[in-house]
Design a protein around this ligand. Structure first.
Ligand SMILES: CC(C)=CCC/C(C)=C/CC/C(C)=C/CC/C(C)=C/COC[C@H](O)COP(=O)(O)O
Ligand SMILES: CC(C)=CCC/C(C)=C/CC/C(C)=C/CC/C(C)=C/COP(=O)(O)OP(=O)(O)O
Ligand SMILES: [Mg+2]
Length: 280
């Protein structure tokens, strides 16, 4: 894959874009502001990923040497400038949304996101637990950003519900990723939770977050956000989420953490399908 595409982590950027499409499907709205919102979140997620790889150069020489910057496919300076370009593209799209809708909240949200994602990559990533919750918050905030672009009370409320679930599950996955990356993070002096207190307690915390999401998500059916098909499909996602939590509690080695992280991401994709099935 072209390194300038690979470094975007296109799967994540597309997942973030799909989150906006889901909000638009729920609201049964398609418009130029929605299309611009999809582009904004794609560029913003990409920018967050690229600037993260720029600052993580030393860590990724240990953890992920095959990535574009540590492998030399993209220079360090080239990666930095590419991240800046993506932030600028996202911010321009955010400005256009606000200009077209005469609602300056989306533009303010994008500016906030630029700062938060840059600060995460520059400093927050190596702060115990705060970094995990920042990534979770930003992931959930993608839904809320979509809600504020559509700007009606019902979809804003729904987007906050979806954003909450995404926040909790992503935070859990970030903790598990820190367990997986403990060696590389240690070499860089990052102060992640597993480095400070070992891997057992973080694995239990990740499990608790997963269970909170799995226990509460059927409420989206009972409060009539989604129909019965949501409940049927989300059961598959819940099974995968709980399985991920159980294996990481049992064993915190690198391979188990990698599998738990992978199964959580597959569960997130199944959850997207559940959201769509529950919207009709
Ligand atoms: C129970 C329930 C309803 C859970 C909801 C789970 C859900 C729908 C989560 C959505 C997550 C989402 C919108 C993800 C978008 C992709 C993304 C930007 C994720 C942030 O990932 C950061 C991560 O560290 C990237 O690492 P990697 O995936 O290993 O490249
Ligand atoms: C609200 C708006 C306008 C957009 C939302 C933008 C979104 C969805 C951001 C999601 C969060 C995100 C993309 C975080 C990027 C930073 C990142 C890659 C975190 C994980 O990095 P590391 O902890 O270094 O782990 P890796 O080993 O995967 O690099
Ligand atoms: Mg990184």
């Amino acid at each position: 894959m072209n390194p300038y595409i690979e470094i975007l982590r296109p799967g994540n950027a597309l997942m973030s874009a799909v989150a906006i499409i889901l909000v638009a499907i729920i609201d049964k709205t398609i418009s130029m502001p929605v299309i611009l919102t999809i582009l904004t979140v794609f560029f913003e997620t990409s920018a967050g990923n690229v600037i993260n790889d720029y600052f993580d150069y030393e860590i990724d020489l240990v953890n992920k040497p095959q990535r574009a910057i540590p492998s030399g496919k993209i220079s360090l300076k080239g990666g930095r400038n590419y991240g800046y370009l993506l932030f600028i593209l996202a911010t321009i799209c955010g400005f256009l949304i606000s200009y077209l809708t005469n609602n300056w909240i989306p533009f303010i949200i994008v500016l906030m996101s630029d700062v938060i994602l840059y600060l995460y990559a520059f400093k927050l990533k190596s702060t115990p637990l705060i970094g995990n919750f920042v990534v979770g918050f930003m992931t959930g905030f993608g839904f809320v950003f979509g809600g504020f672009t559509l700007n009606n009370p019902s979809i804003i409320q729904t987007s906050i519900y979806l954003g909450f679930f995404a926040f909790v599950m992503t935070a859990a996955r970030e903790i598990i990723k820190d367990i997986e990356d403990i060696e590389g993070d240690k070499s860089e002096g990052a102060k992640t939770l597993p480095i400070l207190i070992g891997t057992k307690i973080p694995s239990v915390l990740a499990f608790i977050l997963i269970i909170i999401d799995c226990a509460l998500c059927p409420l989206l059916y009972y409060i009539h956000v989604f129909g019965i098909y949501y409940l049927l499909v989300i059961t598959i996602g819940i099974t995968l989420f709980v399985y991920s939590g159980l294996i990481i509690i049992k064993n915190q080695d690198k391979n188990t953490a990698h599998n738990a992280s992978k199964y959580l991401k597959i569960g997130m994709l199944i959850t997207f399908v559940a959201f769509v099935c529950g919207s009709f």
